[in-house]
Design a protein around this ligand. Sequence first.
Ligand code: NAI
Ligand code: MG
Length: 785
Amino acid sequence: MTLTEIMQTLPYGPAPEAAQPAMDWLKAHKGRFQLFIAGKWRNPASREWFATINPANGQKLAEVALANATDVDKAVKAARKAFVEWSQTRGHVRARYLYAMARQIQKHARLFAVLETLDNGKPIRETRDTDIPLVARHFYYHAGWAQLMESELAGYVPVGVVGQIIPWNFPLLMLAWKVAPALAMGNTVVLKPAEFTPLTALLFAEICQNIGLPPGVVNIITGDGQTGAALVEHPGVDKIAFTGSTEVGRIIRRATAGSGKKLSLELGGKSPFVVFEDADLESAVEGVVDAIWFNQGQVCCAGSRLLVQEGIAEKMYAKLRARMEKLRVGDPLDKAVDLGAIIAPVQLEKIQRLVQKGVEEGAKLWQPSWAVPAEGCFYPPTLFTEVAPASTIAQEEIFGPVLAALTFRTPEEAVRLANNTRYGLAASIWSEDINLALDVATQIKAGTVWINSTNLFDAASGFGGYRESGFGREGGKEGLWEYVKKIEQHRTAQGQSSARGLTARASAESLPPIDRTAKLFIGGKQVRPDSGYSKAVYAPDGRLVGEVGLGNRKDIRNAVEAARSAQEGWRKTAAHSKAQILYFLAENLSQRAEEFARRLSEQTGQDGAAEVEAALEALFTAAAWADKYEGLVHPTPLRNVTLAIPEPIGVMGILCPDDQPLLALARLAGTALAMGNTLVVVPSPLAPLSATDFYQVLETSDIPAGTFNIVTGERDELARTLAEHDDVDAVWYAGPRAGWALVEKASAGNMKRTWTLPHSGPLPDTDEILRQATQVKNIWVPYGA
Ligand code: NAI
Ligand code: MG
């Protein structure tokens, strides 16, 4: 071959990274790893071990311990013991440990990268240039938050012992996403790596030992789904953080229901990759490569649905096919390889099955002309065109290198198609028109939106889902809230100390006759309950003070429908106008202050006037926040601004507590409204009359019909209907413990957010309510000419 010929073809020769250092490390451990509990290596109580395999060649790499419930118990106890001191350790000291972890990871970066590639099968280029640098970055970043916690999160304390369960697609990175913020905020952890990829977590355990991390602060227990389940169910765990499939996420939601455990879930996705006809097509094609062939498409936020504007579709597909033809699949240790191995035969079979289904359902399949290696677990990059929006491959997470392409005509259609999924993890938008791109970004229901870019991650930016992609954020300031709780506060006066009996008796003399049965308030109108029944309301001393309609499933369904129809309009109402509407509600309430005060005293036997005043103040506070609850601009590296924008959650059900019924209504519902949610409110069954009197306040205000609906009735019956309803996005439930379990369990259907509160006692502070009423979307906007 002449030099000119070589220059023209530029064939890649193999450029393998040496596996030796990692193999030596495995050999030094005689190919067997125990559990890391309380700073020591221990044999599993189960006496069972299982193999971890290199998916690129099917060879066994090592054996790891299979932790059972006894081992989980030991690990949780070790974490509990360590928590006593660790939670009291100064932020600066915790920062020093996190900093040391970051340094150690950097020092051993190549060993980590090679080990990760061996265990997982992803290309060394990715572990070396993406996974491991990001891991170090997460520890550095959170060292900073440990340092700043005292000043920046004043009033908050760590949650306690955290159980963390992670998947196999980014083994060490998912560990970092979970361990770094947990330790920074003063929690201790028990982490269970995925069964396919335990090795880098075990190397990380050695780092914990080397830097002298106090025993029990980090415990690493290897095992399978049963180990994970035992961790989830352990009563000594205060919080579960999970990343993995939506199916298991749902199981965990149900298993923790009513336990009081805090929960964050990062689940699956079917993220849209939207290309408008004015996009830079060359860049968009490279974007697709990163979106769906990064990590063989085994990425929760993979851009697996290509939505391309009709006029450029054929051109884009042609460019894409040409690019796919040049991709290289093979030995993950080869530095010039684009796609490595699929994690395991079971995953390969799943991909094959779904691709087969795509063909059967009529989509057009295209794969490159070359064949993938016959040995090991490999699958070629795959493109489906002519995909029907409702077909299996357009709806189900394939978790493999398979792209499903659909076309659209207008931006509205693009948004509709993008949102036509039960998931909401990420989206990528390509257009040279920044107005269009940002407009579409705000309309797509997803936790992360990348403009003219894709699969960008950084510790400073929050990551997490909308809808069935889960809840909670990892990274950014928003991610810290998952690992802290508010210091318990004791009830302030707020009319609670007044002599119950006295007030009740005093008001008895001036009692008006029982006049009317309140109806329900749905879609801006008072309507009769479907059941045709009413329910008596009694004062604390047993006197009858009124009657309210007994709402049922049907009424809730109507109310949800009304709230859904109103949602889009209310969300888009300018913040200033929302504030005005809330101020006007307060004004109308103040005109009837005496009437409300009397009613409150009757129902609760407490100082009604003080409560009306407090409710007015709460409405003012909500109105004030409507145009002031600001997001953040995260300083992520690269040339880019990352906008962290709090968005409304959508349609919310709010089941009110028994104490201070009017204040609770004003504070909870007012704040939720201020943030752009539309509501179905169920007043406390013990004291519903202030809410039903509120109909008139609502009727004389400017609040759009359907924005604020009120249904009276049996709390738990209505709570169940709301929690089971697929068109409800969040349920706040104040009520007895048994109800917490009911609501959390029922919420697993569509993975709606839940917030459970005691039925009486102090109301949560406004900062917590604001956070619960919103979800953060991170929009990445790159710049550069
Ligand atoms: P998985 O969700 O079963 O596993 C994730 C983690 O959860 C592992 O550590 C596993 O041991 C643990 N686990 C399993 N069952 C559990 C239980 N009942 N309680 C507590 N922990 C439990 O995911 P798997 O089986 O590895 O993959 C299945 C499918 O899930 C994949 O084909 C893929 O489509 C999807 N997946 C999605 C991920 C994402 O990030 N969105 C990550 C991993 C898998
Ligand atoms: Mg493996």
